[in-house]
Design a protein around this ligand. Structure first.
Ligand SMILES: NC(=O)c1ccc[n+]([C@@H]2O[C@H](COP(=O)([O-])OP(=O)(O)OC[C@H]3O[C@@H](n4cnc5c(N)ncnc54)[C@H](OP(=O)(O)O)[C@@H]3O)[C@@H](O)[C@H]2O)c1
Length: 351
């Protein structure tokens, strides 16, 4: 019998708990450890922490000694879903890399760490090569809709002149961390103040997506410009976490422009708001490639971001285990596919 793929999950928030539930239904994968940030979860059985009906025999470890979750257990992959930036993620994934674990992370900046953190990217690549493991940042966006999918579509083009892509999504399912980072529930002045102070960051990932696209096409990226504008509601909108009166901010419209040879050749647009349907806005993912042939892809409604991210984190396990050591991206690995059947049969065991 082939050995099962042995996995540890770090981060038991929305993504982490979804990943665990998905892993428990996969054949040929064994979840052998979990790490949480919140004290309320540490030392408990993971089944209890996630509100499952049965214990699953994995005791949740603390972030203060993460290697407890993988020490002596011959772990293949760490799945990491705690944060967005390379600065935050690096100290967490470093120990795992040094201990010989491959890493897949949902941290947005890790989708293309060279874009904003070139020194750190070199360091991660060096460490990964030294310890013979591979590291990937993935997720719905960055990691799929506004980069990998676009790049894949250009694969049928003779030439590409310009790319314009829009993701219109609904923020209603998200909790306070996401809503606050998008400025939902603020006044327009409060929104502008938050953007200026860096407390309202909007979407993290345009710089990574734009670099991934440009590098894949061999376009020399001059600069990336970004803007964030408030989406002001005309009607009352409400979620379990926020009430937004008419005239207040229901979301953030973010635009990213990749300038190549002085021209805007990559335009990414991402309006995110709660209950867009209340003002007749339908969600969707739209990709237009001006090239030969021209391509106009429309996906309605939007690909569900949470489900998509959880799926990619798990579906990329064989690709990262089979990869060469070093930093990988969604553009450097085989195209993603749903992970059906016995996962252990998809692994090329080394040695
Ligand atoms: N690339 C993409 O497309 C993509 C998509 C989705 C998410 N992401 C990113 O992936 C990361 C994880 O996403 P997520 O949705 O799982 O985030 P999350 O629910 O906020 O959980 C992330 C971390 O925050 C901790 N946390 C959550 N609520 C907390 C609270 N009330 N008090 C203290 N700590 C709390 C969790 O602790 P515990 O470990 O104790 O649970 C977990 O370690 C985020 O940075 C997100 O931006 C990227």
């Amino acid at each position: 019998m082939l050995p099962k793929v042995r996995v540890v999950q770090w981060g038991l928030g929305s993504m982490g708990s979804g990943i665990v539930k998905l892993l428990l239904n996969k054949e040929g994968i064994e979840l052998v450890g979990a790490i949480a940030h919140r004290d309320t979860k540490i030392g408990k059985d993971l089944g209890e922490v996630l509100g499952l009906e049965k214990k699953i025999g994995v005791i949740v470890s603390s972030e203060s000694d993460p290697s407890q979750a993988w020490r002596g257990r011959d772990v293949d992959v760490l799945l990491h879903a705690t944060c967005s930036t390379v600065k935050e993620a690096f100290p967490q994934i470093r120990k795992a890399i040094e201990d010989g674990l491959n890493v897949i992370s949902s941290a947005e900046e890790l989708a293309y760490p060279d874009a904003q953190n070139p020194e750190r990217a070199k360091e991660i690549d060096r460490l990964a090569k030294k310890h013979g493991v591979s590291v990937l940042g993935t997720g719905i966006n960055p990691g799929f809709v506004l980069d990998a999918l676009i790049i894949m579509l250009t694969g049928v083009c003779f030439d590409v002149k310009r790319i314009e892509a829009t993701r219109v999504n609904d923020l209603s399912p998200y909790g306070p961390t996401v809503l606050n980072s998008q400025g939902v529930g603020t006044t327009v002045e409060g929104f502008r103040d938050g953007v200026a102070k860096g407390t309202i960051v909007g979407h993290v990932g345009f710089r990574e997506s734009i670099r991934m696209i440009a590098d894949s096409l061999g376009w020399k990226l001059g600069k990336v410009e970004e803007s964030r504008e408030p989406i002001v509601t005309k009607v009352k909108r409400e979620t379990p976490f926020v009430k937004v009166e008419p005239g207040m901010v229901a979301g953030c419209k973010q635009v990213g422009r990749g300038i190549i040879d002085g021209e805007e050749r990559i335009l990414l647009v991402h309006p995110q708001q709660i209950h867009p349907e209340l003002e007749g806005v339908e969600t969707g993912d739209y990709i237009k490639i001006e090239g030969t042939p021209p391509i106009d892809l429309r996906i309605e409604p939007e690909i569900a971001g949470g489900i998509g991210t959880i799926a990619l984190m798990v579906n990329m396990i064989p690709a990262i285990m089979n990869a060469e050591p070093g930093i990988m991206t969604m553009a450097s690995l085989p195209i993603p596919a749903a992970l059906l059947g016995d996962v252990s049969t998809k692994i090329r065991r080394k040695g």
